[in-house]
Design a protein around this ligand. Sequence first.
Ligand code: PXG
Ligand code: PLP
Length: 435
Amino acid sequence: MYKELDAYWMPFTANRQFKKAPRMLARSAGMHYWDDKGRQILDAVAGLWCVNAGHARPRIVQAIQDQAAELDFAPSFQMAHPKAFELADRIAKLAPEGMNKVFFTNSGSEAVETALKMAIAYHRARGDGSRTRLIGRERGYHGVNFGGISVGGIVSNRKMFGTLLAGVDHIRHTHDPARNAFSVGQPAHGAEFAEDLERLVALHDASTIAAVIVEPVAGSTGVLIPPQGYLQRLREICDKHGILLIFDEVITGFGRTGQPFGAQTFGVTPDLMTVAKGITNGCVPMGAVIARDKIHDVFMTGPEHLIEFFHGYTYSAHPLACAAALGTLDTYAEEGLLTRAGDLGPYFAQAIHSLREEPNVIDVRNIGLVGGIELQPLPGQPTKRAFDVFLDCYDKGVMIRTTGDIIALSPPLIVEQSHIDHIVETIRQALRRAA
Ligand code: PXG
Ligand code: PLP
């Protein structure tokens, strides 16, 4: 194993602490990683919410290998390759009715930038060019590029980076532990939080607002499940005022909540949807924006020889990513994985809610195969208790994720009940030791 750790500046990592005691992953298969010493580690978080079909799946591996040998790269500006069209078609068939246009990016962050630009350009193309304002939500995570952190609502991801995009505002988040702690599935209270959008409409006027972007389930901030009726209400208010609704489905996309997309689980269709992660099972970087036909069609009006949307990435629809995504969608289909979170959800819910009585657990939240377990922070040392639980679980061979003092779980969708039991018992013992 490589021992020189100096040059690599690691993302979202306590670099100095990590380099003193590195956690090196060397191999993966199915539900597991193995570290550089050959120790097996159960993956309770699908890598980073992305390896939905589990690791090293043969169809995906084969697809990537074959593609690298056949067509390594093809420019995507004024050129194309067949798998890009096949993949767009397959994704459109999974997406909600009327969302049939797919624009490829290389990450969730790029998908977000693309969707925000699309929303503003859409209004302009319709002759409604004063609609430029973007509305996000407190505690939202929309990647790390400037548009994404501007509409995002995670303070630590914003405060170091200056004034961000102009013309952005935020609605309030939906977390309400006083009324909703320990809700199983969607909380009963809080549909009215969507009315906060009316406050911003009153302040800015609807004629200045292009779009609202929210995660159907807020993931990165620590798993906030939408209250019953909340997303429906948000959709109604957007419709009333001609505002586009963007669902950021980078985590909820590809089966995490029990349907292919959160939009279907919650029964609300947005205008634009951003996806990434599970689109390729995390194997090759890729993201996408899925657009309603009516959004796309507004762009398809000028002279036919002109470019309609001045946007795209060198690696949009990269052949390796397209091949990996097709192998991934085959695997999802063959194994019924895009609805498996719905079948296993009740077992998963009962298992993680059994942690309710453990020391310092102040909330447990779940939907599909996503769970959040919120801990009382150590006095004066926020994040430390959860991070200690993370280190303890890792030491015992289970990889979880923590954000702030919240444990987030999102196992690969191939997870079995016995894995769930093992994950929950390992966390239980760690919580007792951390007390
Ligand atoms: N939108 C959402 C809703 C996301 O969850 C992104 C955009 C950005 O995607 P990329 O591919 O650019 O990372 C994400 C990514 C966490 C964690 O804290 C969450 C994400 C990424 C890394 C860590 O658990 N979400
Ligand atoms: N910077 C420079 C100098 C470039 O030439 C390009 C692409 O051609 C980019 C940035 C953007 O790179 P990408 O298309 O991979 O996002």
